[in-house]
Design a protein around this ligand. Structure first.
Ligand code: SAH
Length: 470
């Protein structure tokens, strides 16, 4: 015999019109009765007295009542049994009788003695996802269920119905199995499925017909996607969806493996981060590579740290795509300023302290006079300085000569939203020296709002700050 590696074999039971027994008449029995009734079961409740909710179902003719204490003779007449009494001895007798009669039996909240347990369920009927932990970690199963629930498109069920309607016609048009598999794979990644999920069934049918006619090979596309500050849980759902669809992921060096690992398994991953040499040449090479792949019919996910339109040269890439007449989509991401603000507890705007926020670059490869610090100093905005950590002392000095007092609050936030996150709080008179050795990437926030850092930081960030100060 082979070794068992699963505690439970997941089964989807068709209980429609099949007799099922619930022993017990309280609120737990009511909950179980509702679950079984949703699956169409013919439910009998064996109990001396009934909860008003069960009574109501009985009156409505939805279930039967076998009055009195547990009657072992009932077991043989039912496909499965749920023991929902509050008496452990009775539950044990129900389990023993079921075992003997070879009926599946669940004792509520006692996975050990049950011969079946009910999984946590994500319901997108007819699609159902069941999550179990072998009864060992019900909380984990619940959390996973919640995540799957958030991830699975609300119209997944409609997609299944639509595919079911096409099943027979597709069999006739594509008689070979491997042909159908390839077709369906492409279909699910393509516009037809997207139409169904958006509720446009007619357009979906047309897109499927087009694909079926083979008139158009898969059209390439580019998606300019923001990966956020680096924590996978700060990705948008759309970013995740496109990552899992892309044929190739062209990513910056800042994007961590934890995010890249979410891409489709067979997707090609290409790091196009700074590769030495002249940055402008590198940028041209990135654009050339992206255009070539899209023209070849690939769906290219151009994945950038933070937001793709904030200091990411996304504009140039979009211009190139537009000039070439190629289709693209832009997916925003959590930009470093937002992540750093959240990490440090610094509002970027504030009714009394900052009427606006300016995103500025602290460094430019071509080394031009980069920023009109005087205008920024006058603006009263919170300043979010990207790419400035390497020149922190210089930038703080420039702001002071532009008229900001040395006591102007400031904070440098390193690796915001990542496990090694650190907040260095101070002012523009002192910060330059203190944070010289800060890890990268780091973002500088300057302005009266930065004074709130100590007060508003969440627990995690506060711990980090103490560590940084010590
Ligand atoms: N498109 C990105 C910015 C790229 S420029 C965005 O929207 O966030 C790179 C700069 O972003 C870095 O020099 C640093 O200033 C900032 N940055 C990126 N990720 C960061 C992080 N996790 N924590 C702090 N700053 C970060």
């Amino acid at each position: 015999m082979t070794q068992a590696t699963m505690d439970h074999l997941p089964l989807f039971a068709d209980l429609n019109a099949r007799p099922c027994l619930i022993v017990g008449g309280g609120p737990v029995a009511l909950r179980k009765a509702r679950q079984l009734l949703r699956a169409g079961a013919a439910v009998t409740v064996n109990a001396p007295a009934l909860h008003p909710g069960i009574e109501a179902l009985l009156q409505a003719g939805r279930l039967r009542h076998a009055p009195g204490p547990f009657d072992a003779a009932l077991i043989g007449e039912h496909f499965l049994v749920i023991a929902a009494t509050d008496d452990p001895d009775t539950n044990a007798r129900i389990a023993a009788a079921s075992e003997q009669a070879m009926r599946l039996c669940n004792i509520v909240d006692d996975g050990e003695r049950s011969s079946f347990i009910m999984p946590a369920v994500v319901d997108r009927a007819p699609v159902v996802v069941a999550v179990g932990s072998g009864g060992r970690a019900p909380m984990l199963a619940r959390v996973l269920r919640q995540r799957l629930d958030a991830w699975l498109h609300p119209r997944t069920g409609a997609l299944a119905d639509w595919l079911a309607a096409w099943r027979q016609p597709l069999r006739e048009r594509l008689p070979k199995l491997d042909q159908r598999v390839a077709f369906l794979q492409q279909l699910l990644d393509g516009p037809a499925a997207a139409h169904v999920l958006a509720g446009r069934r007619h357009a979906a049918d047309r897109a499927l017909e087009t694909q079926l006619d083979g008139q158009r090979p898969q059209a390439g596309e580019a998606w300019l996607v923001g990966a956020g500050p680096g924590d996978p849980s700060l990705l948008t759902l759309r970013a995740l969806e496109l990552l899992q669809r892309a044929d190739a992921v062209l990513h910056d060096a800042l994007v961590p493996d934890a995010i890249l690992d979410l891409a489709r398994r067979d997707a090609e991953r290409v790091c196009v981060g700074k590769r030495g040499g002249q940055p402008s040449t590198a940028q041209d090479a990135i654009i050339d590579e992206m255009l070539r792949r899209v023209r070849e019919g690939q769906r290219v996910c151009r994945l950038k740290g933070g937001d793709p339109l904030v200091f990411a040269r996304g504009g140039e890439e979009l211009q190139a795509l537009a000039a070439a007449g190629l289709p693209f989509e832009i997916v925003p991401g959590v930009t470093a300023a937002s992540a750093a603000a959240a990490a440090a507890g610094i509002p970027l705007t504030h009714r009394r302290l900052a009427a606006g926020v300016s995103f500025v670059a602290g460094y430019r490869a071509d080394d031009q006079a980069i920023t009109d610090w005087a205008a920024l100093a006058r603006s009263g905005h919170t300043l979010a300085v990207y790419m400035g950590a390497g020149r922190l002392a210089e930038i703080c000095a420039a702001l002071r000569s532009a008229g900001l007092p040395a006591t102007t609050p400031a904070a440098l936030i390193a690796r915001a939203a990542l496990p090694e996150q650190r907040v260095y709080a101070g002012d523009i008179g002192s910060l330059g020296a203190r944070a010289a050795a800060a890890d990268r990437p780091a973002l500088l926030l300057v302005g009266e709002t930065a004074a709130l850092a100590g007060e508003l930081a969440d627990g995690r960030a506060r711990g980090d700050r103490q560590a940084a100060a010590g």
